[in-house]
Design a protein around this ligand. Structure first.
Ligand code: ZN
Length: 329
């Protein structure tokens, strides 16, 4: 079990702090300032992209006693209680471990009681798709006529498993994988505050390998700093991740572009004898070639590479043909 100290410590506390989901947070801010609060929200998207954190911030925003029309103040008694997880009116249910209909029945019995201290009683149901069909149907009854002071926030990584009848009663928001740059930016802030010195390239590699999940990236950074202390370099990151490194991949792609078979085999042998996982090499190579293909065909906006990497990629794109890249993939 990972300790997740960084993840908890650096959890966003305002909508503005939620990384890479501006399309969600801006809409929520507009709704908050105009007072158009929905009674049921469905947050869909990959793990570690901020769904539950956004749910908690929203709980604070609607219940904040000093603002209540925008971002939470994070200092009033209500905000503090929610942040510390001791607010009686904000109930978090993990559907992955509470699949049974009993929990929802219990919820249905209690849902009609007015909130204690808060303006709104909030139910945050995580991994919502894991609820049994019976439990989902029971919840549906409540969603059909939600009490005016209750807000449901349903979070799921698998939107297609949510009943259409539930979906249609919720305001849906789709959380995106967080871009490499946004993750690197956030990790950089954490390193600054924690007094960790890390090479920029090492940060980029870390961000790239967390596949859009900020939580994974923060956990990796924590693992690195526990293991190596406050000075982290590229090789340490590669060692921990068991990855090959972009220069090796770049070298291999250069050999492919130049049709240099001997050079290509030499590079692969060197990577193998250094003890790197060849399946991982394959994944990295395909990702790199995909980037090259996108750049070659003019889709430069969709590239999730750092500016430094894009320069190298552009040089390779100039030297190669689309047919060559497709064949290599
Ligand atoms: Zn407050």
């Amino acid at each position: 079990m990972e300790s997740q100290v960084f993840y908890r410590k650096w959890r966003p506390q305002t909508l503005a702090e939620v990384a890479g989901q501006e399309h969600v947070t801006q809409t929520l801010l507009n709704a908050l300032s105009s007072g158009h609060i929905s009674h049921a929200y469905l947050f869909c998207g990959p793990r570690g992209t901020g769904k539950t954190s956004t749910g908690r911030i929203l709980s604070k925003a609607v219940n904040c006693t000093s603002n209540g029309k925008g971002e939470p103040c994070n200092t009033c008694e209500m905000c503090t209680a929610i942040t510390e997880g001791r607010a009686m009116d904000v109930i978090e249910i993990d559907a992955a471990s509470n699949r049974g209909i009993d929990e929802i029945r219990n919820l249905r019995e209690r849902v009609n009681y007015a909130p204690g201290k808060a303006r709104y009683k909030i139910y945050i149901i995580d991994e919502f798709h894991m609820l049994t069909k019976e439990a989902s149907n029971a919840l549906l009854k409540t969603l059909e006529e939600p009490p005016s002071c209750v807000i449901f926030i349903l979070a799921t990584t698998e939107a297609h498993k949510v009943l259409p009848t539930i979906m249609s009663r919720c305001q849906r928001f789709d959380f995106r994988r967080i871009s490499q740059n946004d993750i690197a930016e956030k990790l950089n802030q954490i390193c600054d505050s924690e007094g960790i010195k890390i090479e920029r390239e090492a940060l980029n590699v870390l961000a790239k390998n967390s596949t859009g999940s900020l939580r994974d990236a923060e956990n990796l950074l924590e693992k690195l700093s526990t293991h190596y202390g406050s000075d982290i370099n590229l090789n340490q990151v590669r060692d921990m991740l068991g990855i090959t490194g972009n220069e090796r991949i770049k070298e291999l792609v250069e050999h492919i572009v130049n049709a240099n078979i001997t050079g290509g085999i030499k590079t692969i042998n060197a990577i193998n004898s250094d003890g790197f996982d060849l399946k991982q090499l394959n994944r990295e190579l395909i990702a790199y070639l995909r980037g090259l293909l996108l750049l070659k065909t003019g889709y430069s906006n969709d590239l999730d590479f750092t500016p430094e990497e894009t320069v190298v990629l552009a040089e390779l794109a100039d030297k190669s043909t689309v047919e060559q890249i497709l064949k290599a993939i």
